[in-house]
Design a protein around this ligand. Structure first.
Ligand code: COA
Length: 748
């Protein structure tokens, strides 16, 4: 067997080529003596599983985990480490042990795909215990990310040596979990209750420097080979016979008023992680660390972990973790599709969207040319942009140097000739087809021939816009969400003729500015706004039927939405929806239903455009964004109901949620049938990241699966019987999945 290996003594993996002479194969395990091609060095390597091997570096035993890309803790990793511990414990020639991971990162946590399944082999808790029980110093060599179970295993080691760029964290709450490998018991013993709960409750990693300050690591090394540094450290520890530090044997910290501390942490977490169960369970587990013996605390942790692992919240959050990474995979477009270089960006239009888009690119380091045709409008846009930069500086988010760079990076102009050298331009002018077509005809003339021409339209036909140019293959939709420099979602909308490399470039560019790009097909409203139409429609119909704006909003916020639909309408501006309805009415694509958008249209007629006019579905005190109920609106709703002959009644909160959320699911099913979205997970990513759908419910598709598609179908049919088939005819895809006893998840 030929292999490429490393002595680990400060060398990269590719530096030595070894010839491996496999000797005494031990059933599934293998032991091999590796010699350099020059025959000058020998290294005994034992393979413990397909992802773990042990090596001898002189008298130091090194356990190497090698499970690309992030060394996730799969069963073979756990079993392999356990086996290596047994081997190295028994070998008297080994004076100390280093736990190291190949590649650029330590273990980034449990294998998320394996969570929720019946565990096989050794557990992370057992691995930590086995490492801790060793009678020779064990050093964890940390680099890249030491997260979740990775950090828990490192806590089982007696000492931790970290590369200065390491991030250490327990991010399990982001997956609806708590650390389940002893982390809730060992961490407070090492860094104290408050710091431990700060890490576990927030899920945020700390830097190596911060970890050193907390006592979480014992040594931080500057950019040198982490394995060489850890091996040297292990030698020092062995030579100095430093007592081994087993955290399970350390007394828990004494906290004078534990109840007061935990209840203040709890109220903070109830605020910052509203509706999430895991952070509260983390507090319970840490309380057990302080108030019960180590083994009892471990049992409490295991019980709470198991409860969470089987919860709908954790299933939803795990689903989203994977879905948010899967969106980048484009069906039918190979990953190695050549992309165009985008070094300079142009933005047309200095309104809210244009400013936000310019900021998004500028903050990510790309120079931007922003064009507004009116000097006064340009001045306003540049002043608003300067305000955002000043705010970031004032809050200490950027340094004075970064502030100056950002200011210099956006160049304002009143003439499109500023786009003569851009690689990509985004149009963000008013949603008017004729205007957009004029802009695109100009862009084609002015921009270089390799440039991508993008539109930020939220609903208009990309093909019609592309048709205004002679190069429709270069035209694509990049639908940002407001405020564009903050919201992470971007719908990347593919026209009929958009070139493959343009799609691949746009997806990569969006990722490079730290946004989540979701590929969508071209239709009215694409994925997100097309679904929103049904949600908003029902939210308004419910007003006519007897609910108040505040009841509808309250019920949906109770479901977990970031904002109620009416408060959201007021924030976005009711004139935008009204303009969309006017357009669709003219096109003949609006449903023939006098109730459709009637309240919002009347509000717009009365000049109540939302927050910007201090009145919409709610009224607002000057300078305030707090929505206040308004009797004028209540009267208007009653009059309209009377005029339209709608009988008013008591509406329950449960009905509000079902009436608004089930149309999302039904429309999403049609979007999937038509191939507008690649997969159900993409739709969830859109709604969670762009529309405030609760993360703990995983998005509309995951929510439908959790609810049960049979139940969803039954309610759609029931609403159809009550309110007519116009809006409630179930999508054939839902009927098929129910008939096959399948779920949306099977289509991911
Ligand atoms: N289990 C399984 N797969 C994982 C994983 C895990 N714990 N962590 C990352 N991956 C996979 C991703 O799905 C992705 O796969 P893909 O290339 O097929 O899409 C790949 O590893 C790279 O991850 P990505 O997030 O795209 O890379 P990154 O460099 O931006 O971030 C991490 C790396 C480790 C910081 C990030 O992946 C992360 O936070 N992972 C989860 C950590 C965690 O929650 N651990 C606790 C688990 S209980």
């Amino acid at each position: 067997m030929d292999r490429v290996g490393s002595t680990g003594e400060g060398r990269t993996r590719a530096m030595y080529s070894f010839v491996c002479k496999r000797s005494c194969p031990l059933s599934t395990l293998g032991r091999a003596t590796l010699a350099t091609s020059a025959g000058t060095q020998a290294l005994v390597v034992t393979e413990h599983s397909e992802t773990v091997r042990s090596e001898r570096h002189g008298e130091i035993g090194v356990i190497v985990v090698d499970n690309p890309p992030v060394n996730a803790i799969a069963p073979s990793v756990r079993d392999g480490i356990y086996s290596a511990v047994q081997e190295l414990s028994a070998d008297e020639a080994v004076g100390a042990v280093v736990l190291h991971c190949a590649g650029s990162t330590f273990m980034a946590g449990a294998d998320i795909r394996g969570l929720g399944a019946r565990p096989t082999g050794r557990t992370t808790t057992e691995i930590s215990a086995a490492l801790e029980a060793m009678r020779k110093p064990v050093v964890a060599a940390l680099q890249g990310n030491a997260l979740g179970g990775g950090l828990e295993i490192a806590l089982g080691c007696h000492f931790r040596c970290a590369h200065s760029g390491t991030r250490l964290g327990l991010p399990e709450v982001n997956l609806g979990l708590i650390p389940g490998g002893g982390g809730t018991q060992r961490l407070p013993r090492l860094v104290g209750v408050e710091a431990a709960l700060q890490m576990i409750g927030s899920g945020k990693p700390v830097t190596a420097a911060e970890a050193l300050r907390l006592g979480l690591v014992d040594r931080v090394v500057e950019p040198v080979d982490i394995l060489a540094a850890a091996v040297a450290y292990a030698r020092e520890l062995r030579d100095a016979a430093v007592p081994l530090r087993r955290l399970s044997e350390v007394a828990p910290p004494s906290v004078p008023d534990l109840d007061a501390l935990l209840s203040s942490i709890e109220s903070g977490l109830r605020r910052t992680r509203k509706g999430e169960q895991a952070p509260l369970k983390a507090i319970e587990a840490v309380r057990a660390a302080v108030t019960t013996p180590f083994h009892e605390g471990l049992a409490t942790e295991a019980r709470l972990f198991a409860e969470l692992e089987n919860s709908s919240q954790s299933r939803a959050l795990r689903h989203l973790f994977l879905a948010e990474r899967q969106v980048a995979k484009l069906r039918g477009i190979p990953v190695d599709t050549p992309v165009r270089a985008v070094r300079r960006v142009g933005v047309v239009g200095g309104g809210t969207m244009g400013r936000g888009i310019a900021l998004a690119f500028c903050n990510a380091g790309l120079p931007v040319a922003l064009v507004e045709n009116e000097p006064a409008a340009l001045e306003r846009a540049m002043a608003a942009i300067a305000d955002v930069h000043a705010g970031a500086l004032g809050k200490g988010r950027i340094t004075a140097g970064q502030h100056a760079e950002r200011i210099a990076r956006i160049r304002g102009a009143t003439d499109m000739s500023a786009f003569a050298e851009v690689d990509l331009v985004i149009e963000a002018v008013f949603e008017d087809m004729a205007l957009k077509r004029r802009v695109f005809a100009d862009l084609e003339r002015i921009c270089p021939s390799h440039a991508i021409l993008a539109t930020n339209t939220s609903a208009l036909d990309i093909d019609a816009i592309a048709g205004a140019t002679g190069r429709p293959q270069d035209v694509i939709g990049l639908h940002f969400f407001s405020p564009a420099h903050i919201m992470r979602l971007v719908e990347v909308v593919q026209g009929r003729q958009t070139a493959t490399d343009v799609i691949a470039t746009a997806m990569k560019l969006v990722k490079s500015i730290d946004k989540i790009g979701v590929l969508a097909g071209n239709c009215d409203g694409f994925i997100g706004n097309r679904m929103l139409a049904g949600y908003r429609r029902e939210a308004e119909f419910l007003l006519l039927e007897g609910a108040s704006p505040q009841q509808v909003d309250h019920a949906l916020v109770g479901f977990g939405m970031a904002m109620g639909p009416h408060a959201m309408g007021d924030m976005a501006g009711l004139d935008i929806g009204a303009a969309g309805r006017r357009r669709r009415r003219a096109e003949g694509t609006l449903p023939d239903d006098p109730r459709f958008g009637v309240i919002a249209d009347k509000l717009v007629e009365l000049g109540r455009l939302g927050q910007k006019t201090s009145a919409g579905f709610y009224r607002y005190q000057p300078g305030s964004r707090d929505p206040l109920p308004d009797s004028e609106v209540a009267d208007l709703i009653e009059q309209e109901a009377l005029r339209l002959g709608v009988t008013r009644r008591q509406v329950s909160d449960e009905e509000i949620v079902e009436r608004c959320v089930y149309p999302l699911i039904n429309e999403a099913a049609r979007i999937l049938e038509e191939g507008i979205a690649q997969r159900p997970g993409d739709i969830d990513v859109v709604w969670v990241n762009g529309y405030g759908f609760p993360r703990v419910r995983g998005g509309p598709m995951q929510f439908a699966d959790e609810t049960g598609l049979a139940r969803v179908l039954e309610r759609l049919q029931q609403f159809g019987r009550q309110h007519g088939p116009l809006y409630w005819t179930p999508a054939p895809l839902i009927e098929r999945l129910v008939a096959e006893n399948a779920t949306f998840a099977t289509l991911n």
